[in-house]
Design a protein. Structure first.
Length: 132
């Protein structure tokens, strides 16, 4: 069995760390900062929905990273799907749409590495091994 591409390993670990870091603001109290609450109130989404999306996003990001390390092809599609949904929701609801640009660029770079030929071959082997 050929090892996973090093770039994929790096991306997976970045996703795991980013997913875990996404919940840090809840524990250090910045999500209770009046300025943060004011920004959250500018969104048409209720704050409870925003918190739920934050937790779900952290779970999907970290979980996808872990499962991709275990050669689970569905995990990269789950991650990309969640990102696309998040960008669409952000474009519809965000009062500061320009702030989505860094996230779009970073996620485009991540998608590039997740779907490079070496990564496609790595995940294709998993599908082939399951059929045998």
């Amino acid at each position: 069995m050929q090892p996973r591409p090093q770039s994929l390993t790096v991306v997976c670990w970045i996703l795991i760390v980013l997913g875990l870091l996404a919940i840090v603001p809840v524990f250090i109290g910045t999500m209770h900062d009046p300025n943060v609450i004011e920004l959250m109130n500018k969104s048409p989404l209720p704050i409870s929905v925003q918190y739920a999306m934050m937790w779900l996003g952290a779970l999907i990001t970290s979980g996808s990273g872990v499962m991709m390390l275990y050669r689970q092809n569905w995990a990269r599609f789950l991650y990309i799907g969640w990102i696309i949904i998040g960008i669409i929701i952000g474009l519809i609801t965000s009062p500061f749409k320009i702030m989505l640009l860094p996230s779009i660029v970073i996620n485009a770079i991540i998608a590039f590495f997740l779907f490079r030929p070496a990564a496609n071959a790595y995940f294709a082997r998993e599908a082939g091994e399951n059929k045998q």
